[in-house]
Design a protein around this ligand. Structure first.
Ligand code: AP5
Length: 216
């Protein structure tokens, strides 16, 4: 099964995609993670994307569409994938539709994680990940069991994203409402859109998502 998670920055797309990956075995395809890896490697794509991401703007559609098309062709996507952060504009949604027709792949469900913008700044500025295994945490909402030690791998170093500051978050939220929210209507018109309450507790959100996927 192939699904797409849509929601503003901080909605919980990454957190929930990882949980669904574990529950159902689909692969998480996060364009944000791919771009951050490109920035860290110093590749041409990374150099082009870095400044744009630091401002909280969207990188050019063409760059993202090629990146995701190549990624979907890899063998590990054959068992299903979870799109996280793509598409983010109507032209990207159109390109995805065309791409999936060409590859003879279906998009089974598009799920909106609906949240209140006001809560997203706190969620994002409190986010951190283990520097070793990448497990995600939050200063307030998801602390490690032992302070400063990753529950999963025991590492003691944590990272915060360069774009996770209050000013950039506001710009990312504005970009979401101007450029990404219109794709909800795009998928509603195609009869594949569902919505879950992303303001609920994380486990509750996971339960709602599982319900949508199992009912699809
Ligand atoms: P990207 O990495 O996709 O960031 P984003 O969309 O801004 O989303 P986030 O990763 O910030 O939020 P999330 O919904 O995954 O939240 P999370 O689960 O971590 O994109 C970054 C940049 O890359 C963009 O700004 C753009 O420049 C570029 N880019 C990427 N894709 C692109 C594209 N397709 N086109 C153009 N440009 C693109 O949760 C956040 C925190 O909240 C965590 O700490 C978590 O523990 C906590 N939390 C989660 N759920 C809950 C809950 N229910 N209750 C309490 N806390 C919660």
């Amino acid at each position: 099964m192939n699904i797409l998670l849509i929601g503003p920055p901080g909605a919980g797309k990454g957190t929930q995609a990882k949980r669904l990956e574990e529950a159902f075995g689909m692969i998480q395809l996060s364009t944000g993670d791919m771009l951050r890896a490109a920035v860290a490697s110093g590749s041409a794509v990374g150099q082009q994307a870095k400044e744009i991401m630091d401002r909280g703007d969207l990188v050019p559609d063409a760059l993202i569409i090629d990146m995701i098309s190549e990624r979907i062709d890899r063998d590990d996507c054959a068992g299903g994938f979870i799109l996280d952060g793509f598409p983010r504009t109507v032209p990207q949604a159109d390109a995805l539709t065309k791409m999936l027709v060409e590859k003879d792949i279906s998009l089974d469900r598009v799920i909106e994680i609906a949240v209140d913008d006001d809560a997203m700044v706190t969620r994002i500025t409190g986010r951190l990940t283990c520097a070793n295994c990448g497990k995600g945490y939050h200063d307030e909402f998801e602390k490690p069991e032992v302070d400063g030690v990753c529950d999963k791998c025991g590492a003691t170093e944590f990272n915060r994203r360069a774009d996770d500051n209050a000013e950039t978050v506001r710009n990312r939220l504005a970009a979401y409402h101007e450029q990404t929210a219109p794709i909800l209507a795009y998928y509603k018109d195609r009869g594949v859109l569902s919505s879950v309450d992303g303001m609920a507790q994380m486990d509750d959100v996971t339960g709602q998502l599982k319900g949508v996927i199992e009912g699809a």
